[in-house]
Structures are given as structure tokens and as C-alpha cells.
Write a protein that binds this ligand. Structure first.
Ligand code: GLV
Length: 323
């Protein structure tokens, strides 16, 4: 008997391939770049499952194309703003992600970015490589202390929580803004809630964005929010690019209205090489690598494969978003 077909949109670690191979006939898109949208639409009509990444748009066209065949889509990611959940649910298609396994790794990068900008790590590297380190001077590349500063965490989900835990280790005072107040965590971690985001923004030394991207968080940080921030404040975004309005961020950084920004996500992605923000020294950027450690990417691929495996074996799906 032939096995059900699953289309995998990128080359994935062998451990995840093995899981899928046991229960499905898998076809892996062989290139480094994403498959064209027409290919995904066609595969949705032919396959029972899709194993996707955040670059693949699983929109209504794909889901309509798969309405008779497609039963499950598993994202190799925790975020799923590339999914049209409503259409999937209407068509009875199960949509899945990979929460939990990447929270620590992404929180590590948030702190890496925070330190890069606060302590001039990227600037320092450029300084040395460009031959400017000709003598030692007590005021070369003075940064800002993280220790003793306060941090506003925007979004207290799994990753936001791990950012808080790291911030405690760094001796920061922490407050958070979130859709739901989490009294147990306030008590456990000694963190404080701010009900109005603006109140948090106005007093923050550092801001870490860890919220999901949706209609409510689109351009949550724009001109007004940057005007509200302290001139000495630093903002870090490891969530999704469109949560920050990049044009307003560029203006705020250029005019030194805020001290710096370090982001792993941009709008659009990839950011064009000629974007004016890339000329600013108070801006650090990485190419959406929040969860990109060898260990974590393997865990994510396995988790995404296990969602599909569980569906095909009629078991409880570990990380379904809509069922
Ligand atoms: C990466 O951005 C993810 O959502 O896992």
C-alpha cells in the first residue's frame, strides 16, 4: 500500500526526515531558496501534509487548492504569521508549529543583541578591523550598563519569560506588558506589570519585543512610541519585523531620539542592502537567526515532523494551533 504524500519545502535534518519517512512518502524541495508559490499550491492539491518554513505563504489560495487532499501543515517555526488559520480551520486543515524548543535560544540572541548595542560589540569589532585601535583611551567606545538598568519586556509568552530569567541574572529591574497579567510569574520572578504600554515605554532603559505578530501588534512601535522613549533607551526585536515601523525607527535613530536598536527581524525580510537604516552606527541587525543553533534547529525539525507523524498515526498532535 502506498504511503500518504508529504511535501517538505526545505532540506531538513536527517533525524526529522527519518520520522517522516516511516509514515509518509516524502518529497523534499532540493534548493536552498523557497519553492515558488505555484509549486506549493500544486503540492497542496497532491499531498496530505506540508512541512513548511516561515517564508512559505500558506494562504487561502494554497489552502483552497488543498481542500480535498491536504490535512495537516506543520511549520518549522513557533511563529505562524505565514498561515491563514481561519481558512485552514474552515477547510478542516490542521495547522501546527514548534513551541517550547526554541525559547531559550531566542532569548539568548535577544541578550546578545542587547549587549551588542549597549556595549558597542559590533562597533568595537569594526573599530579594530579598520585599524582604528592605535592606542588605548579611557573613553573609547563607552557603552551603557545593562546591570542595574531596567527592562520592559513586551509580551510575556515563552520567549519573553526566558528573556526575564536572563535579565534577572544580569541584575536588571524588570517590568512587562502583556495581553494577560501573570500574577504567578510576577511573584515567582519579582517582575512588575504595566497595564499601559506607553507608561512602560516612557520609563524603560531597555525594551525587548517578544510578542506575536497580528493585527494588534502590527507597527506597535512607531513615531509616537519612539518619541515616548528616553533618549538613552535601547530597543531589541527578536519577534517579527512588522511590529516596528522601520521608517519611524530609522528617523528616531538618525535623530538620536533613542540610543540604539538591535533587531533580528525586519520589514521587509530580507532588508534591502541599500536601506538607509543600514548606514547608522546605532543599529545592529542579524538575519532572522533567533532560533538558529545546531541543537535547536534539530529539535524544531523533529517537533515539526512529529506533528505530521502523530496525525498520520492517529495520535494526539503535540502542537496543533487550530484543533
Ligand atoms: C522564527 O522566527 C520562529 O517563529 O520560529
Amino acid at each position: 500500500m502506498s504511503l500518504p504524500k508529504v511535501f517538505v519545502t526545505r532540506i531538513i535534518p536527517p533525524e526529522a526526515q527519518e520520522i517522516l519517512n516511516r509514515v509518509a512518502e516524502i518529497e523534499i524541495w532540493p534548493q536552498d531558496t523557497k519553492p515558488p508559490q505555484e509549486v506549493i499550491i500544486q503540492k497542496a492539491a497532491e499531498c496530505i501534509g506540508l512541512f513548511t518554513t516561515i517564508e512559505d505563504q500558506i494562504n487561502s489560495e494554497v489552502l483552497q487548492s488543498g481542500k480535498d487532499s491536504l490535512k495537516i501543515v506543520s511549520n518549522y517555526a513557533v511563529g505562524y504569521d505565514n498561515f491563514d488559520i481561519d481558512t485552514a480551520t474552515k477547510n478542516g486543515i490542521i495547522m501546527c508549529n514548534t513551541p517550547d524548543v526554541l525559547s531559550q535560544t531566542t532569548a539568548d540572541l535577544a541578550f546578545g543583541l542587547m549587549l551588542s548595542i549597549a556595549r558597542n560589540i559590533v562597533k568595537g569589532d569594526n573599530f579594530v578591523r579598520s585599524g582604528k585601535w592605535t592606542h588605548w583611551h579611557p573613553s573609547t567606545l563607552l557603552g551603557r550598563d545593562i546591570y542595574g538598568a531596567n527592562l520592559l519586556v513586551v509580551g510575556l509568552g515563552r520567549i519573553g519569560l526566558e528573556v526575564c530569567r536572563r535579565a534577572i541574572g544580569f541584575g536588571m529591574e524588570i517590568f512587562y506588558h502583556s495581553r494577560t497579567r501573570k500574577l504567578n510569574l510576577e511573584k515567582e520572578l519579582g517582575i512588575n506589570y504595566v497595564s499601559k504600554l506607553k507608561d512602560g515605554i516612557s520609563k524603560a532603559d531597555f525594551i525587548s519585543i517578544n510578542t506575536i505578530m497580528n493585527d494588534q501588534t502590527y507597527h506597535l512601535f512607531g513615531k509616537e512610541e519612539f518619541n515616548t522613549m528616553k533618549n538613552s533607551a535601547i530597543i531589541v526585536n527578536t519577534a517579527r519585523g512588522p511590529i516596528i515601523d522601520m521608517e519611524s525607527l530609522y528617523e528616531a535613530l538618525k535623530n538620536n531620539q533613542i540610543a540604539g536598536a538591535a533587531v533580528d527581524v525586519t520589514e521587509p525580510e530580507p532588508i534591502p542592502n541599500n536601506h538607509p537604516i543600514l548606514s547608522l552606527e546605532n543599529f545592529v541587525v542579524t538575519p532572522h537567526i533567533g532560533s538558529a543553533s545546531i541543537e535547536t534547529r534539530k529539535k524544531m525539525a523533529i517537533a515539526a515532523a512529529k506533528n505530521i507523524e502523530a496525525y498520520l498515526l492517529k495520535k494526539t498532535i503535540p502542537s496543533s494551533i487550530n484543533s
